[in-house]
Each structure stands twice: as C-alpha cells, then as structure tokens.
Design a protein around this ligand. Structure first.
Ligand code: MV4
Length: 683
C-alpha cells in the first residue's frame, strides 16, 4: 500500500479521501491555491503544498505544479477526486511518467470514454444497448440532416467531447436542424476545442440511472448496483438515490451486466460509472461512462456497506478486488442531496462570503460530507457545493422521512443556500411516490423555488429572544454557569422592544418577561400576539446559538404547545436566523443619529433612541426613567474594546426608557436609552 497520497482536489471530496487514507495509515498531502490557504481540506491534511493563484487554471488544473508538489512531498500516488484533473488523460499519463500512481483508470480508458462517439462504438460492439442515432464521420449539414430524418424527429445533437450538457441541442422541427447543428458545433469548439458531434433520437423524460463499477488490475470487474440521479437543474445533479424504484431485480441484473461489459470493453480499471437512460417502457440505453469517483458515491456506500475510496486505493496499489458479484448485497435505501451556496434570487449565482454557522444534522442514518466549517469562506473561484447530505433507512419511505427531518435540522448562516429547494423536493408528493425523471423540477414547478418573502413571526420573535438571552449570557464566562445566567437583558423591569428590517419591511417585536419565570415572555410581533393564542413563550439558548421556543399553553402552564427550533448568530449589525432550513437576515436599526431621528421610524414625533455604537458592557447608567437631561450630558457609559464610550444626549429632553443597567452585556445597535424632546427643549 502507498505510504503518502497527494489529493489533487479541494472541498468535501478532498476531506473525504483524506479520511479514507488516514484510516488506512497513509499520510495525506493537500494541495491548495492562494484562496484556500486556510481551507478545511488543508486543515485536515498531514501536510500541504501551495500550488498557485486562486483561479483553478493556475492551481488545481496546473498539471506541472501538482506533479512537482507530489515529487517534493514524496507522495507515491495521487488521488484526483472529481472534477478538475480527474478525467484528464494527459494528467494520468504525466503521473505515470513521474512514476507516481494515478488513483484512477489507465489514460487509454479515460481517453476512450472522453470521446462519446468512440465510447458508444466500443460499447455497442460489446453488445450494450445505446440510443439509436448517427455516429458517422460525415460533417456536411445535408448528410447530417438526412441522418436526422432517418433517425426520426425529435433528435438530439451532442458534442463528442461533451458531457454536462454543453454542446447539446434538441431539434424537434427539421427546419431548425442546420441552425442547431451550427450552434452545437460552435459551443463544443469553444468549450472543448473539438467540434465533432453525433446524433441521437431524443428520449422524452427518461430516468437517469447509473451503475457503479469496480475493476481491478487482475481482470475482475463487478458492479455495485445503481443510483438514480434524475433530479437535476441545468445538468447539475441535486438528488441521487439507490436503489432506483423503476428497476426490477431482473432489469437490475441485466443493466449491471451491460455496465460490466461496457467497462470491460474499455479495458477499465478502478472505480467508474456507466450512465444509462431508462425510458418509461423499461428500455435502457448506455449514455456515457464517467471515469472517476463521483460526487454521489456515498449513496452506493450506504446501501452496499463498501468504502469506495478504500477500494480505489487498494485497486491502484495492485491488490485484487477480493469481493465477487454474488457477495454484493445492497440493503435499505439511501438518498443524497447536494447543498449548494447559491442564491435563487440572483439567478442561482454562487453565494459567496463567510459561513457564519454550519450546523449539520446528526442522527442515525445521517451522513454529511462537508468541505466547510463555521468560519470558512466560500469564494467565487470554485464550485459552490458546501456539502452533501446522505440519509439511509430500511426503505425509501423511511429515507424520505429522514431526509425531511435532516433538512429541517440543517442550519447554515452567512451564505444563501439551496436548502429551500431541497426541502421543496423532499416534501413533494411525486418525489415521495418515486415518480421522478429528468423533467421532474420543471414538471413539479420547482425549477425556481425562492425563499418566502414574509419573515415568519417565529423568526422575528426568535431574534428578539436570542438578543435578550445572549445579552444575558455573553459574559466573560460563557456556558451553563455564569454570573449572568439568570435574568434576561431586560433590566428596567419593563418590556423589551426590538426592531428589525427584512426584505424592505420593518418589524417590531416586544417581549414582556413573565414575572417570576426564567426565560419566559409574552411576545408580540408587529402588534399581534405571538403565538396567536397569546400564550407565553418559553425560550432556551444553546452555546452555539441553538434557540428553542416552546409556546406554552396559558391554561396548562406545563403543557408544551408548538416547538420551534432555530439557529441564530450576529453579524455586523444583523441577526442571522435559520428556521426550517430557510435563512433570514434581519437588519438591526443603526445607532440613531439626528438624521435618523428626524426620519422617525415608528417613533412618535419628538422621540429618539440612543443605541450602543458597538457591542460592549454597560459600565454606568447615570439617569433614570423620567429624568430631565441637558444636551451633551452623559447618560450611559459603555465599555467596549477596552475603552469607555460615553453615550450622551444629543439635545435636552426627558428620559423615556432606560433599557439596561450596569453590568449588562449588549450587542452593537442595542437601544440603551429612549429620549423624548420636551416642548421647551431645543434641537
Ligand atoms: C439525452 C436525453 C434524451 N435523449 N439523450 C444530458 C446530459 C448528458 N449526459 C446526456 N443528457 C441527456 N441525453 C437522448 N438521446 C436527455 C438528457 C438529459 C438529461 C440526462 C440525464 C439527467 C438529466 C438530464 C436533463 C436533461 C437532458
């Protein structure tokens, strides 16, 4: 076995490969671009080498830099992960030239499968069914148009160097054929430097079913069953599962044998995947073979109990498979969903920035492969996939239920994610029924799921409770035992008022502490009682912003009504809250200045709020409610960043409210004092 493996990748897959290596006693070498200096995959590695600037073309795609890093670190093998150089035959050949083992198939197999035309010819020769079409050498539009006619419309034009939908065109009307041909060629030339295309009959709304292959260097080839990956958005897979509900045992055996035959035809070694389309009539057609470990490999790991990366390493080291086809006995059902940092409100562009919180669900049958932790940056340079959530259960219904639960307990703050879309899919009836195909998202109206515009009352109430409780416990000692552990931030005996703005709307939350009770409030949101029945809210806050609201019933003080689970964090004048997988950003009013006071908000004329300019501790309160004050008089002294800040009256007036007392720890923007301009006062 290898002693040191370099992982030529980043993110969750690099982290996952490192885990397998480390378990096997293999040292791991990470490579990183300038943007990834502190990334999770670098932190997890035993050692790390810088390979170049942030753009992938200069780092993760830089063959020379990666080979050099492998030589310098003394790595005896390179795992390419997926994407980047994983299906680059020249890279596999460069590894061989440097006497470093490429953990993947031979360059010839990568090259063969890289040409969709050559791959189709090779597997057809091995008796594997393919979509009827034209694979010939003719280039002139008239010959191709005649072939399209022979195949029968609608047809598909596909780039031979393609994959991922690039250089692909559907043609339904013969009149559009030549124009579509030219467009497909242009796109293929631009994307792959190769404008070769072929034709296929279009299959309407097929399922995408792929078979996992393992092949060793000793001529053993087996399959590990299938994954269905029909639910995709713009050729980006979102949901993958195993088994596929549309396969009978007989069809599974037949397609598995076809996948093995395709792999043998290519002289395949290591882990690979044969993609098929399955039509409504149960006919299947080989599409292409992916010559890498796939993103969705954990689904197969869940149902087979095999560690695919471990098998890749063993195969690459020359060991025989050691498992026969008969020993593969899939069990239960697994579903994976991909969590992307992307913003539907902005054309699904990657959502970049700091991941403020990353709380993955933990429970039996739940696996999360993540490439980020709280505090990490999502940069614009790479694929925005944050993590994969893989659930498994005895059967599909159990897996769907577990998926819904896990999505409801996934808390990501700081970047916008596709969690709302994942939840919409997980709760969709057709999905629950297993009624999926490649048109699923469009057919179910889920192609453009945007988060709800209205902020739920539970989120607003939660934000105010979070501020009240965290102001009370953010002392020098955080944790279960601390001097501020009892009593909330409301110190003047009165109610606490919190103002937030979200999606262009202003909101007001009031919290009135229940006398004699700890962390219980009567709450209102925008003037309406929360919860509706007007019962008290019992709150608890965990050390990482986990917030639970229990809405008790007034008649039965101990009976718990609704339970809301939220996750909250502060960031630069905002409160971030996740609720049922949807992330909300609530803006806090900025510290009032004269201008803001003049605009008034919902303050009565002549009133104004003085807020903490930054987070700190109230050191001294010089005034009480009802006191008359002079302009420039110091009302409150705030300690922050080892300095004292005087909060002074901007003008003469009367103190309407004192919200805090000495010792209170307050967040930035927190209202400390409300002033009323008295009729005789001057502004
Ligand atoms: C097809 C097809 C229908 N008929 N070929 C899309 C990406 C590439 N790997 C092959 N793709 C397709 N090829 C024929 N003859 C439909 C698709 C397709 C698709 C395939 C799998 C999963 C999602 C898809 C979404 C749109 C189109």
């Amino acid at each position: 076995m290898f002693s040191r493996v370099l992982i030529a990748n980043r993110g969750e897959i690099a982290v996952r490969i490192m885990a397998a290596c480390q378990e096997m006693g293999i040292r791991t070498v990470a490579v990183y671009s300038e943007a990834d200096r502190g990334a999770a995959h670098v932190r997890r590695a035993d050692e790390a080498c810088a390979i170049g600037p942030a753009p992938a073309t200069q780092s993760y795609l830089n063959i020379a830099a990666i080979i050099q890093a492998a030589k310098e670190s003394g790595a005896d093998a390179i795992h390419p992960g997926y994407g980047f150089l994983s299906e680059n035959a020249d890279f596999a050949a460069a590894c061989a030239d440097a006497e470093i083992v490429f953990i993947g198939p031979p360059p010839e197999a990568i090259r063969l499968m890289g040409s969709k035309i050559a791959a189709k010819r090779a597997v057809e020769a091995a008796g594997v069914p393919t979509v009827p079409g034209y694979l010939g050498a003719a280039r002139d539009p008239r010959t191709l148009a005649r072939e399209a006619q022979r195949i029968g419309y609608p047809v598909m034009i596909k780039a031979s160097a393609g994959g991922g939908g690039k250089g692909m065109r559907v043609v339904r009307d013969p009149a559009d054929f030549v124009e579509a041909l030219e467009a497909a060629r242009r796109e293929a030339l631009g994307a792959f430097g190769d404008d070769s295309v072929f034709l296929e009959k279009l299959l309407e709304a097929p399922r995408h079913v792929e078979f996992q292959i393992l092949a060793d260097r000793h001529g053993h080839v087996i399959h590990l069953g299938e994954r269905e990956c029909s639910i995709q958005r713009r050729h980006q897979k979102i949901v993958e599962e195993s088994p596929c509900v549309a396969l009978t045992p007989a069809l599974r055996t037949e397609m598995g044998a076809a996948a093995v035959a395709a792999a043998r035809a290519a002289g395949y070694v290591n882990a690979g995947t044969c993609e098929f389309l399955l039509d409504a009539g149960g006919r299947y057609y080989f599409l292409e073979m992916n010559t890498r470990l796939q993103v969705e490999h954990p689904v197969t790991e869940s149902v087979t109990g095999l560690d695919l990366v471990r098998h890749q390493l063993r195969i690459a080291a020359g060991e025989p498979l050691g498992i026969t086809q008969e020993r593969i006995a899939p069990r239960g059902h697994a579903i994976e969903v991909r969590l992307y940092a992307e913003d539907p409100a902005h054309g699904y562009l990657p959502s970049t920035g700091t991941v403020v919180a990353f709380d993955a669900p933990r429970a039996p049958g739940v696996r999360v492969d993540a490439g980020v932790e709280a505090g990490d940056e999502v940069s614009m340079h790479y694929d925005p996939m944050l993590a994969k959530l893989i659930v498994s259960a005895e059967d599909r219904a159990g897996a769907v239920a577990r998926l819904r639960w896990a999505l409801d307990h996934f808390g990501v703050l700081g970047v916008t994610t596709n969690l709302p879309l994942l939840r919409a899919i997980a709760t969709d009836e057709a999905f629950a029924a297993g009624d999926t195909n490649t048109d699923f998202l469009a057919a179910r109206g889920l192609a453009e799921v945007a988060p709800p515009r209205d902020v739920p009352a539970a989120v607003l109430a939660g934000a105010a409770v979070y501020e009240a409780l965290s102001a009370a416990i953010t002392g020098p000692r955080r944790g279960p035992y601390n001097p501020w552990g009892h009593g909330s931030a409301v110190t003047s005996g009165g109610e606490r008022r919190a103002r937030y703005a979200a999606s262009g709307r202003d909101h007001l939350v009031t919290l009135a502490p229940v006398p004699g009770a700890v962390h219980q409030y009567h709450a209102s949101v925008d003037g309406a009682p929360y919860p509706d029945q007007g019962a008290a809210v019992r709150a608890s806050l965990g050390p990482d912003g986990e917030l639970t609201l229990l809405t008790a019933n007034d008649d039965h003080a101990d009976a718990v009504g609704q339970v809301e689970s939220l996750r909250a964090a502060r960031r630069a004048g905002t409160i971030l809250i996740v609720h049922q997988g949807v992330s909300y950003t609530l803006e806090k009013p900025r510290p009032p200045d004269i201008e803001a006071a003049a605009r008034g908000g919902d303050l009565a004329a002549g009133q104004e709020r003085l807020a903490a300019p930054m987070a700190g501790t109230v050191i001294k309160v010089n005034v009480a409610e009802g006191d008359r004050v002079q302009a420039h008089q110091t009302l409150v002294v705030l300690g922050a960043m080892k300095m004292e800040h005087a909060i002074a009256a901007p003008h003469a007036g009367r103190v309407r409210l004192v919200a805090h007392r000495a010792g209170d720890v307050v967040p930035g923007g927190e209202v400390l004092v409300e002033l009323e301009v008295t009729p005789d006062g001057q502004r």
